[in-house]
Design a protein around this ligand. Sequence first.
Ligand SMILES: Nc1nc2c(ncn2[C@@H]2O[C@H](COP(=O)(O)OP(=O)(O)OP(=O)(O)O)[C@@H](O)[C@H]2O)c(=O)[nH]1
Ligand SMILES: [Mg+2]
Length: 357
Amino acid sequence: MTNLLEYGFPQELMPREDSAGAALVPARVSAVFKERWQLVTPEGERYGRLKAKEYYYEGGQDFPTTGDFVLALPAGDPASETAGDWQIVKTLPRRSFFARMDTWHAMGQAVAANMDVAFAVQSLNENFNVKRLERYLTLAWNSGARPVVLLTKADLPGDHRAMVEQAENAAGEAPVLVLSAKTGQGMEQLEPYLRPRTTAAFLGSSGVGKSSLINALTGEEVMDTGGIREDDARGRHTTTHRQLLRLPSGVLVIDTPGMRELGMWDAQAGLTAAFPDVERLLGQCRFRDCRHEQEPGCAVRAALESGELSPQRWKNYRQLAGESRASQRMKQGQPSRALAKNRRQASKYKKKFTDFT
Ligand SMILES: Nc1nc2c(ncn2[C@@H]2O[C@H](COP(=O)(O)OP(=O)(O)OP(=O)(O)O)[C@@H](O)[C@H]2O)c(=O)[nH]1
Ligand SMILES: [Mg+2]
């Protein structure tokens, strides 16, 4: 018997024996494939499909994603059409979820759910990019999990101080840890974030070493890892699907493939947490509807002029806030021009890559 509590399933969400849903079995989604969900169930690993009545009709529930807690009906009669597959009946309330804009479907896509910690991973080479880090951090804060920045490959030659400092400035309240999966340097700093029964998701571009970190934590090659291009440190999309794993220490980790696109989806709370310095200034302009261009008494312009706020950070904030507003309009059913452009780009990607994630 697999104990679902060991997989982070909250006691209070367990079906009660005297409840109407007593026949339903708790499970956690460990991976999602085309219309099939890999589940950790009390009977071990099983596969499930969504019960149409609960999911595919108007007003249906959110499709489960990796890390979700669900209730399911065990596989029925082996002779029946659905033999072998469980039926997923309910997606239980999420305590956190990392979502991004799915430009193809013009909706939010939950990448991982019920994490306690969201690791935003970048490597200390050509991959390092503050703008991208701010993007990840905004969505990580928005997820409701605790964001932590991991700067990997600290064993690589060179002076990394400037990159670490830039990451610390961008990260604000989120801790920044410098480490190496290869040599083990700094790995002990992860310990407070990796407690038994808690869940940590690893998020970041392809090739930054997410799967390598998980292997280093396990002491075994539980995930495949791949090379990177020499010239720009880009990875080869080795991990192809999101996977929840339980490590020998009892912590649950979610490995994710490097995402090519990370658009904002309804991320105002994340922006407020990731850019407190900028949002504080917004409230200080003389005019409430200040556009931060030529208006007198503009606190943003004053901060840019004094050097208190860097032009890059301001520009990135505007970009992310614009995307977030566009996603809110989209939620209300108002398509935008920006979306149409994104969709054209997405369709190009779709033709080129089969693993569009
Ligand atoms: N020097 C050095 N190389 C590392 C380190 N961690 C990972 N690598 C290398 O970086 C490459 C990519 O590592 P992966 O772990 O596959 O990267 P990933 O983030 O899982 O990539 P995707 O699965 O494609 O998203 C591999 O060649 C690793 O050997 C490290 O700490 N130091
Ligand atoms: Mg990987």
